[in-house]
Design a protein. Structure first.
Length: 391
């Protein structure tokens, strides 16, 4: 009864005052327009703004990456300007061709022999790249460390070029189809990619100069541990690009394995391990692998971790072969890791990592004494790029 009286009263007011009726209609129209703007126009403008924002971020990233690639090529050309007599424009063009080199993975339809296929593919790639560098700059043919360092530079440029082409591909797709969510995904991974490309970009001058990098921690550990041994005997011409020697430490016979420096190479550590067991018929009581490892954000650079298993990255070919040999002969595998970030791993070795290597050498001696007996044989493997680290 009350509600009916109120409604009747309002109707009488609007009928009595035409101005009130006009105000009510204007108020209703205003609310309708406001709703259209709020739920229809404003979200569209916001989405366009966000689209422009993410587009700008990805575009800036691509421009920066393109600058890095061109700048690194210029650094390479400046570095070799006084070292080679070949045509510089021809060298630059060939470098850009090598940046486009494609490696096709072997088929995994039949898993049988897949590791051997990868091994052959990796070896073929390394040999092909070295031959291309020598063919491009014949005057470097007698300087193998320089050739190896230059192949490392080509690898870095290939990686930068690959990242650029993939991001550029999805960026163009996003702009072609006005895909807001594809741009969001691209923008979300940019911080991670920026760290990687900064690390790769900083590694080019280091490789050209042949300086040790953070990833050289494993080979450097073997090099320094060698100074604690006696009766050093180098087993020469056994495995390509790989240093293999034997020595005595606390009445244990130690086999030292690392890539052969000072050129930038990771060697063929699995072939060296197989040669120790089957070439000279040694029966090690323990195998110890030392390698650099990417740290988590909460971990400190230079921190050391111990564990079990083969400490080795990459696609897993050498790791598989070493595990197979160790399993066949029943040799336990111990691992020591030096934690570092990606920029630290690919750039000139920092003081922190250098000091960590000294600690690893001390810990390595304790591991040998603790887990072996006098008269035992031990294999110590320094995993990583041995650039700047001699024998």
């Amino acid at each position: 009864m009350v509600n009916g009286s109120v409604i009747l009263g309002m109707a009488q007011v609007f009928q009595a005052t035409p101005l009130g009726s006009q105000n009510a209609q204007q108020y209703l129209l205003y609310n309708i327009i406001l709703l259209i703007l709020w739920f229809g126009v404003f979200p569209w403008f916001y989405e366009m703004f966000q689209l422009w924002r993410y587009q700008s971020q990805v575009s800036s990233f691509l421009n920066r990456l393109r600058f890095f690639m061109n700048n690194n090529i210029s650094q390479v050309m400046d570095f070799i300007a006084n070292k080679v007599s070949e045509d510089k424009h021809l060298i630059e063009g060939r470098i850009r061709d090598l940046m486009e080199m494609v490696i096709i993975e072997p088929t995994s339809i039949e898993p049988e022999g897949l590791v051997r296929k990868y091994k052959m593919l990796v070896s073929s790639y390394n040999d092909r790249l070295e031959r291309d560098v020598i063919r491009l700059m014949p005057s470097l043919g007698n300087n193998r460390p320089m050739v190896q360092n230059f192949t490392n530079v080509i690898d870095v440029l290939r990686e930068l070029n690959f990242i650029y082409k993939v991001i550029d591909h999805y960026y163009r797709l996003a702009m072609k189809y006005k895909s807001y969510y594809l741009l969001i995904q691209l923008a979300a991974i940019l911080p991670l990619l920026k760290e990687e490309i900064d690390a790769l970009n900083g590694s080019v001058p280091v490789f050209l100069k042949g300086q040790p990098i953070g990833d050289s921690a494993g080979p450097l550990t073997v090099f320094r541990f060698k100074n604690l041994c006696s009766d050093l005997n180098v087993i020469s011409n056994s495995v390509k690009d790989t240093y293999l020697a034997s020595c005595m430490f606390k009445d244990r016979k130690i086999y030292l394995v690392k890539a052969e420096g000072p050129g930038g190479t990771v060697g063929h550590l699995d072939d060296a391990i197989k040669y120790i067991y089957e070439g000279i018929n040694a029966r090690p009581r323990l195998m110890i692998t030392i390698d650099a490892a990417l740290k988590l954000e909460g971990e400190e650079s230079g921190s050391i971790a111990e564990g079990l298993g083969v400490a080795m990255g990459g696609i897993g070919v050498e790791k598989f072969n070493i595990e197979s040999v160790a399993t066949k002969y029943g040799t336990p595998i111990y691992a020591i890791l030096v934690k570092m970030s990606m920029p630290e791993a690919l750039n000139a070795m920092s003081k922190t990592i250098d000091e960590a290597v000294n600690k690893v050498v001390e810990r390595l001696g304790k591991v040998v004494e603790t887990y072996t007996e006098p008269g035992d044989e031990v294999v110590i493997v320094g995993v990583g790029n041995t650039i700047g680290v001699a024998q």
